[in-house]
Ligand binder design. Sequence first.
Ligand code: NAD
Length: 486
Amino acid sequence: MTDTGILEAWIDGAYRPATTDCFETLNPATGEILAQVRIAGGAEVEAAVAAARRGFAVWSAMTGAERGRILTRAAQLLRARNDELARLETLDTGKPIQETEAIDIHSGADCLEYFGGLAASLTGEHIDLGSAFAYTRREPLGICAGIGAWNYPMQIACWKAAPALACGNAMIFKPAELTPLTAVKLAEVFAEAGMPPGVFNVVQGFAETGQLLTRHPGIAKVSLTGEVGTGIKVMTDAAASLKHVTLELGGKSPLIVFDDAEVDRAISGAMLGNFYSAGEVCSNGTRVFVQRKLLDSFLERLVERTRRMVIGDPLDPATQVGALIGEEHLQKVLGYIERGKAEGADAVIGGKRVTEGALGQGAFVEPTVFANCRDDMSVVREEIFGPVMSVLAFDEEEEVIERANATPYGLAAGVFTRDLARAHRTVAHLQAGTCWINNYNITPIEMPFGGVKLSGIGRENGKAAIEHYSQLKSVYVELGEVECPY
Ligand code: NAD
């Protein structure tokens, strides 16, 4: 923020005032304006690329250990600012403060620590060739663009920045236009931790600003978190200069409950995998398949537990369900709820906007469970990105695997059963990048995360992310005599 009160881009280690138009970011729980944010245009993106080029020269020349120390320091600084940043994230996203305080900022810090720790040990290999040998050098790609979705603003920024920076790249990050407030705070933290100017830059704006990045010939890689349609556009634009891409996209994931499952544990998984963050989580298990024998007791207990959920002011520590990201998205979610009812699904709980009291000013919708769903219903096929769970009955293991896979998406899947052989057999057949057994939506930083099919390309987190932010150079070294036929 500068003294004009406008949130400017962060370029070359400082806020950079510009004269382009601004947009407003709103608090989705109240509709109030939180800040005016500058839209980065061509000049700002060019300045960010130039700064990143200079930053890259300095950063990539440092040792992995030096880079790792700075990332680790940044993690500590991020944790020290947890209260302030969690509050900002809650204001900008509408997520309950109990979530942002416990998870959102800390998981970003976990990621900085994890990749900070790995930075010193990124190596190539030695290849013995008899009278010669070869080795590979693991080198950074150059300037990477990170483009974020609005549901986990700080976490997404860290999930992209940490592996990119650990490998020696520079980054230009564009947060989603609906949640632009915290990415620049990460830039402030990096600067305080001793990161050279230009290594991490932030530009704000809409799709057009994102396109300036994905089409820029000076940028080597784009990592997007967003919708499938956006992923296709980004990959198409990136193809013109053969950029590397990582795409973390949408999903309609299956959560399978066999009749020998621990019922309350499975219900916890289904509730976490549908109602956490008001259902605005890409990997949510929104198609809950329950084996027929268990169906009635599962639904009865699920409804009872869902009824107890506390919907409220996101800043109230007791609140479990906050606001959706905004009015437009709320209308989309309500539209799906109406279509579900029209298609014959039974809303056994929820199904309405919250209109009482102060919450009526914001984008609040009740956690909703649809029973009696069929696979062809729009609520079962399409990503809703709200607190809407569809429950489907099934009979056989083979049948449920086939139905679970009958989707163009492949982000995640869950299996609840006490039979471990069945659990492992089932996940082996599920078309999903991440599977959970007897739990749901747990994403430790050590575990690769990403999708198959239309849910994406590449992996974030874990050592696998290193592959996506570095490239190998092979070096052949002759030790013997060289015979030349000419
Ligand atoms: P979105 O696709 O509308 O926008 C994502 C980002 O892309 C924004 O910053 C936006 O400005 C930018 N953008 C849009 N069009 C662009 C273009 N043509 N070129 C470059 N950039 C462009 O997504 P959203 O509504 O912000 O987020 C919700 C979606 O994100 C859901 O589909 C959700 O499943 C997905 N998501 C996926 C993951 C994952 O890890 N797989 C995580 C979170 C969210």
